[in-house]
Design a binder for this molecule. Structure first.
Ligand SMILES: Nc1ncnc2c1ncn2[C@@H]1O[C@H](COP(=O)(O)OP(=O)(O)OP(=O)(O)O)[C@@H](O)[C@H]1O
Ligand SMILES: Cc1cn([C@H]2C[C@H](O)[C@@H](COP(=O)(O)O)O2)c(=O)[nH]c1=O
Length: 701
């Protein structure tokens, strides 16, 4: 039986007829059930494995081809690393342009085939010049492949699952480093025994390179089956006549002009820069603290442990907290952790702060990437992601090159503690301190650029978000569906369509709305929406909406659900959270607590969010008469409301369906039906003996 239809859990305050919320179905599992995304993920996994394997094999081969001279070996290795970063400066922007212009499926397929050919040619040609040339060419191809992949994800995955999809992509990209290292060792050992009999495996890394090239070939085959991407990314009509440079410029201009995207890009690149400083100076720093190789290993592990933790759990930690605030805060936290690492000079404490740094950077990375995917239009998404990737590579190269130089130039310093001994602050600590302060500044800058809740004190917001997760109550006799969204998003239209479809199936359906479905509610509605009311204190407004909800749930929704009906409501608690929490200056958690109290914790099994840019929705509404008290609020207010809705959906993807409400009504209705169908299906299939579903009670049983 579907979890949304009948959530399991320990029954508590809801009495016999209610059950508390179960933990959502495994979100990773749910996103991997999307066949198209699964294929893209497999292609990405193979490509990432190949990339790491390639890096290990190419550095090893470069060192071997440099023939014994220690200096030459080091230069050859540095050459491979540098040539992997350098093309980003020159080809990066072009990569994004190409990714936006070409069919995304073919971009992925051809990209993988080219990388297969280039990797396989390296051991065959077998000289250093070709190895370095091929490295540059492979990197150039990757600079088109990666933005095409990144830009494709938001088109394959519903918005509410985008954060999870990004988590999976990032973990796969960086997590494949470990299996690649193990595989590399295994293949090198196997190569040893093969080289005795076969010329093909003369170099110790030949087998690794052949295997690596094969991963790209398989990746190409998987990508070729991604028919869902056909036709995507082929540019749009308005850009048809634009030149290459102009199109690239349009992408950059978008990043520079859009305040949110600018803040995101600066933040994501900053998070990478901080990571670069730790990687570039980690060994020196640990040596300064007397930690040795083991200490270096611990530091490295601590960064990745923190990163993985931040990506996996960070966004869920702060329920109802604005993603935009979270992004700036996480970046500031990463900078602050680096400052602390520089100051404490104790290897144990440093390891703790390193985990914290990784955790904060992980949150910044995942929230930043997800918001970019949601904010940027498909037509220029490839260029935006390419811009971010180029910039991160350039910053990484600069940081890796500059950090040791700066640390060296600062040198070793002893600071006297007024006759009570001395402490050592070497170049590495001081560079950490400078980088930490710079990252903290960047974090504060990003936070201020993007803060969408300026009137709400951060402390209050954080206290609210940390104050525990209240579990809701779900009806187990009826099915409760809420339609949510901004003004004019088409909720009433879709409620009517869904109601008609369900009634046609012989089910008992009650369509209702908030505010104003009860006699008391109608009076409240006239107060909260009447222009004559004028301004209301936000708390009064929240209490009025809560009173409407209490009456609605107690006298209509709950009794109908108890009778086994399907109740569809046009607006429910999410509207209060988005409008009074996101739009006004009230803390989300307080609004949630108030609304939960008013409704005795009753939660919908499914919330359909009709997502629409407020300017589009308000224009639709304007055609139907003068604006009411809330519709007359500023565009910024309605933008905060939209973001509030989306944040809620991202936090609980299993109980949400986010639909692009700019589509045609029939298309939207189809998507809603498909999801509602999945809540009804288990009823018909659960019993071994097929029973005709002729009453809602049976339907819910
Ligand atoms: N998908 C759509 N595309 C274009 N217009 C639509 C679409 N859906 C509804 N409309 C029109 O937009 C207007 C608002 O629709 P509707 O009343 O269903 O939205 P709503 O979300 O309930 O609005 P409100 O929040 O103001 O109550 C109506 O004129 C309706 O015909
Ligand atoms: C339930 C609820 C609603 N609102 C706002 C949202 C809209 O502006 C109006 C309702 O108008 P509609 O035409 O019926 O959609 O009220 C709110 O601010 N808080 C709430 O809890």
């Amino acid at each position: 039986m579907s979890e949304q239809a009948h959530p399991e859990g320990d029954s508590s305050n809801g009495g016999d007829a209610a059950r508390t919320a179960a933990p959502p179905a495994h979100a990773l599992g749910a996103v991997l059930k999307i066949a198209a995304f699964r294929k893209l993920w497999i292609a990405l996994g193979l490509s990432s494995l190949g990339d790491w394997l390639g890096l290990l094999a190419l550095t090893a081969m470069a060192s071997q081809l440099a023939q014994g001279d220690y200096r030459a070996q080091n230069f050859a290795i540095a050459g491979v690393l540098l040539l992997r970063l350098l093309p980003a400066v020159v080809v990066g922007p072009l990569g994004g342009y190409i990714a936006d212009r070409l069919d995304r499926r073919w971009t992925l397929v051809i990209g993988d085939v080219l990388r297969f050919g280039l990797f396989v040619s390296i051991p065959i040609v077998g000289n250093l010049f070709w190895l370095l040339t091929a490295t540059v060419l492979i990197e150039c191809v990757s600079l088109v492949w990666l933005p095409a992949k990144d830009a494709a994800v938001p088109n394959l995955v519903p918005r509410e699952r985008l954060a999870v999809a990004n988590q999976l992509s990032l973990v796969t990209t960086y997590g494949s480093a470990l299996p690649a290292a193990l595989l590399f060792t295994l293949l090198a050992l196997l190569n040893k025994s093969l080289s005795a009999t076969l010329n093909w495996f003369a170099s110790p890394v030949d087998l690794a390179l052949y295997f690596n090239s094969a991963t790209f070939l398989v990746g190409a085959i998987v990508a070729s089956r991604l028919h869902e991407l056909s036709g995507q990314g082929a540019g749009n009509g308005s850009e048809e006549r634009q030149g290459v440079l102009r199109a690239i410029f349009v992408g950059w201009k978008f990043v520079a002009r859009n305040k949110l995207v600018r803040g995101l890009v600066i933040g994501v690149v900053g998070a990478f820069g901080v990571g670069g400083v730790v990687i570039g100076l980690g060994r020196t720093y640990v040596a300064d603290l007397g930690g040795g190789e083991a200490g270096y290993g611990v530091l490295f592990g601590a960064v990745f442990l923190g990163l993985a933790g931040g990506m996996a759990f960070g966004p869920r930690l702060l329920t109802g907290f604005s993603r935009k605030r979270m992004f700036g805060l996480a970046l500031t936290g990463a900078g602050g952790s680096l400052v602390m690492m520089a100051l404490v000079q104790n290897i144990v404490l440093v390891s703790g702060f390193t985990v914290l740094l990784g955790f904060c950077a992980g949150i910044a990375w995942i929230t930043g990437y997800t918001m970019l995917g949601m904010e940027v239009d498909d037509a220029i998404r490839g260029r935006t992601f390419a811009f971010v990737q180029s910039l991160t590579r350039v910053v990484l190269a600069a940081v890796l090159a500059a950090a040791p130089g700066i640390a060296g130039a600062i040198g070793a310093h002893q600071i006297s503690l007024l006759g009570k001994g001395t402490i050592t602050y070497n170049g590495a600590s001081i560079t950490f301190l400078i980088a930490g302060l710079a990252a903290t500044f960047l974090g504060v800058f990003s936070y201020r650029q993007m803060d969408d809740r300026r009137k709400v004190s951060l402390i209050r917001d954080l206290r609210g978000a940390f104050s525990g997760h209240e579990r809701g109550v779900f009806s187990d006799t009826g099915l409760f569906i809420a339609l949510e969204g901004g003004e004019g998003s088409g909720k009433s239209t879709q409620v009517r369509r869904l109601e008609a479809w369900l009634v046609e199936r012989g089910l008992r359906v009650v369509a209702t709305h908030e505010p104003g479905a009860t006699p008391v509610g109608q009076t409240i509605r006239s107060i909260v929406l009447g222009n004559a009311t004028g301004s209301l204190s936000p708390r009064t407004e929240a209490l009025l909406y809560a009173a409407d909800k209490a009456e609605h749930v107690d006298t209509m929704v709950r009794p109908e659900l108890d009778e086994g009906a399907i109740v569809i409501t046009d607006r429910y608690i999410d509207s209060t959270l988005a409008y009074q929490g996101g739009g006004r200056d009230l803390a989300q958690r307080e609004v949630l607590r108030l609304s939960r109290w008013a409704t005795s914790g009753l939660r919908p099994h499914l919330t359909v969010l009709l997502d629409i840019p407020p300017e589009v929705g308000l224009a639709r509404g304007a055609a139907n008469g003068p604006a009411d008290r809330i519709e007359s609020e500023s565009l910024e207010f309605h933008q905060r409301v939209r973001q509030g809705f989306l944040d809620l959906a991202l936090l609980d993807p299993d109980r949400y369906l986010v639909v692009d409400a700019t589509q045609q009504p029939a298309e939207i209705a189809d998507q809603i039906r498909a999801r509602v169908e999945s809540l009804l299906e288990p009823v018909a299939t659960e019993s071994d003996v097929p029973v005709p579903v002729d009453s809602p009670e049976e339907a819910r049983r």
